[in-house]
Write a protein that binds this ligand. Sequence first.
Ligand code: SF4
Length: 413
Amino acid sequence: MTANPEIDSILQRGADGGRITPEEALLLYTQAPFHALGEAADAVRRRRYPDGVVTYLIDRNINYTNVCVTACKFCAFFRAPKHKEGWSHPTEEILRRCGEAVDLGATQVMLQGGHHPDYGVEYYEELFSSVKQAFPQLAIHSIGPSEILHMAKVSNVSIEDAVLRIKAAGLDSIAGAGAEMLPERPRKAIAPLKESGERWLEAMAVAHRNGLSSTATMMMGTGETNAERIEHIRMIRDVQDLAVANGYRDDAVEQSHTVGGFRAFIPWTYQPENNHLKGRTQATTMEYLRFIAVSRLFFDNVAHLQASWLTTGKDIGQLSLHMGVDDLGSIMLEENVISSAGARHRSNLRELISMIRTADRIPAQRDTWYSHLAVHLTEADDPTDERVVSHFSSIAIPGGGAGRTQLPLVEAS
Ligand code: SF4
C-alpha cells in the first residue's frame, strides 16, 4: 500500500493482470513508490511463471557488414559506404562463426548488420539458406523491420514479398532491433534517416500475420521524455492487440513456432561512446528499473520481459529479476554493435546461472521460443562447459577483447 489510493488501485489492477492505460502507466512511472512498483510487477511475473523459472539463452550475434547508409546518431558500429573501415564478411566466415557457436551449445544466431546499399532480398535469401543448410539445428533470429524495409526497397518488392522470401529461406524469428524510440520526435532526433516508428511496426505486423513472431526492443536515454517512453510501449501494445485479435498470437500456444506476434519486450540503455550523440544524455539505473516494472504491468499481452545486463551491468540485471523480469537473455558468445558504444559487461554460463539462482529463481536454458531445454534445479544440474563466455571483438574494444576473426577462448572441437 502507498499513500496514494489512485496509485494503489492501478498497481493492484496491473498486478492482477488487468489493463492499465498509457496515462496510468505514466503516473506509475513518475510517481509510484519504487518498492510498491517492483512488488506489483513481480506479482505479474509470479502469476505468469509460478514455477519461479528465469530463463537464459546461448546465442551468438554475428555481423555480416558494418556498412550502412542510415547513419543513426547513437550508433558506433556502422561505417558509411566506401569508408576505409567498412567491411563485409563472406558467407563462409559467417558459417565458420555459426559452427563455433554450435560447438559451444548455441541454439540461436542473430545475424545483424548495417543497411548495405547493395543488399536486397536476394542477399538475405542466400545468407539464411546457407546457414540453415549447414546448421539446421540453429534458430535464425535475425534482422529487424529496418532491414526488411531496406531490403524490400533495394529489391523493389513489397514488405510482404520480402518477409515471405526470407522466411522461406530459413528465417525463424524477427529481431526487435531498430525500434530505438518509436514516437516521431525522439526518433527523428536520433535516427533521422531511419523509417518512421509506424513503418517499423507495419513491417512487424506483416511478419506476424505471416507466422513469424518477434521480440520488441526500446533504447532508453537519448533525451526522450517520460511520456515518449510510455508512448513507445503503447504503440507496441496496440500492434500486439491486433496480433491477438486476428489469432496470430495466443499465449496458450506461445511456444509454437508458427504463431506471430511479440514474444518478449527488451528495453536497453543507450551507450555513450564513439557515437555522434556523445552521451550527452543517459538513462539512470532508477529510470531503467522503474521502466522495467511499468513495462511488466503495461504489457498484459506480451509474455516475456528480458533484462539487458549487457548495457546495465550484471548487478542491475539481477535486480531486475525482482522487478518483473523472467529472462536474462543471451550469454552473447559474440556481440559487437552495442559493445562498440561502450557496453563492456561480460559474463559466462556459470555466472549467469548463479545470478539467477542467487536471486532465488530457478535457472533454465531456453530456446528461441522459450521452451525449456534444461532446468537447473540444483547446482548438480548446472552445465560445466567453461568455454561458454561472452566475447567482444576488436571492433568493439580496440586492442582488447577476443580478436576480430575468431573467438580464441573457444577451442575447436
Ligand atoms: S543502428 Fe543500424 S541502421 Fe542505424 S547506423 Fe547503426 S547499423 Fe545503420
